[in-house]
Write a protein that binds this ligand. Structure first.
Ligand code: GRG
Length: 303
């Protein structure tokens, strides 16, 4: 792993990810038990549990750790971030949006439960995410928690995910989408939630303004690199094998970074963004190693 701080260390990213994925999986399983009316809880659990890289929760836990906080301080927010992310995937797959039949290698929520329940399970997860983080967070200053709630709302609203999705839908089928429009789509549709994921952990832990600013810069670079790699994987990687694009010729429908820049240049840009993200956290030395490694994972991942 490259280490801009010059700290030589062996960091086992795989063990780090595995441990946190398990914490998040257990916490999410407990957060959404099945009650009457069972069908909606089952639909929520179908999309929420058992798969996904859990990157957003792990970014949140890692930044809390970097700011000197504990896992317990950030775990409810980490779960809320995954609930919001899951909501966005369920809604993104709907016939009115991307109309996808498969997600993470299995049928999408609406294919199993029908459109009405899929819409409602997304709505249920979104609202519950806010309740969960407010009620479950302990040992955090109320002002910090309020700031996280406000920022999460901002990341989901028309200022974030929703705005990005609208421009994405409006751009579909248009061959003349500019790199600026593509950038708007991704900084809102993908970047906004990644940014609050990274920054929320440090806010909860009472991190300094300097750290929060650095993490914002880190997150914006990682978020864009994440999207570039996502576009590359749609063409070359295992995403199609996993069924993400089954039955669709995405390249024919959407302007992407590789379609504008080519695959080689897109990869170069992604690597450059990751290098910048790592450099930003270099002053935090060894404490930033998990986030440095996570940044590399984003470009090296295969799905
Ligand atoms: C209804 C309030 C409301 C908002 C929804 C549908 C929508 C607005 C926005 C779409 C957001 C979206 C689906 C962005 C794509 C993000 C993305 C790159 C997902 C893949 O993330 P990974 O690789 O997936 O982390 P896993 O499966 O590992 O979780």
């Amino acid at each position: 792993m490259s280490n801009p701080a010059g700290v030589s260390t062996k960091f086992d990213l795989s063990a780090y990810l595995h441990q946190r994925q398990e914490w998040v999986e257990n916490a999410l399983t407990a957060a959404v038990p099945v009650h009457y009316p069972e069908r909606i809880y089952e639909a929520m659990r179908y999309s929420l549990l058992g798969s996904g890289k859990r990157l957003r929760p792990i970014f949140c836990l890692a930044s809390c750790e970097l700011a000197g906080g504990t896992v317990a301080m950030a775990l409810p927010t980490a779960c809320a971030l995954e609930m919001v992310h899951t909501m966005s995937l369920i809604h993104d797959d709907l016939p009115a949006m991307d109309n996808d039949d498969y997600r993470r290698g299995r049928l999408t929520n609406h294919k199993i439960y029908g459109e009405a329940i899929a819409i409602l399970s997304g709505d249920g997860l979104l609202a519950y995410a806010f309740e969960w983080l407010v009620r479950q967070t302990q040992g955090v200053k109320p002002e910090a928690l309020l700031e996280v709630v406000a920022r999460l709302g901002h990341a989901v609203a028309a200022t974030g995910l929703v705005g990005g999705q609208v421009v994405d839908l409006e751009s579909e089928g248009k061959p003349d989408v500019t790199v600026e429009t593509l950038h708007f789509i991704h900084t809102h549709k993908t970047g906004a939630l990644l940014e609050i994921s990274v920054v929320s952990g440090a806010i909860l832990a009472g991190g300094t303004q300097e750290l929060i600013q650095a993490l914002t810069h880190y997150a914006r670079n990682v978020g864009l690199a994440f999207q570039i790699v996502d576009d590359i994987l749609d063409i070359t990687g295992t995403a199609a094998e996993l069924g993400k694009t089954a039955g669709k010729d995405l390249q024919a429908q959407k302007v992407t970074y590789p379609s504008l820049w080519g695959i080689e240049e897109s990869r170069r840009q992604a690597n450059q963004l990751i290098q910048t993200a790592q450099d930003v956290l270099a002053p935090w030395g060894e404490r930033a190693i998990p986030l440095q490694a996570l940044a590399e994972f984003v470009v090296a991942r295969s799905h």
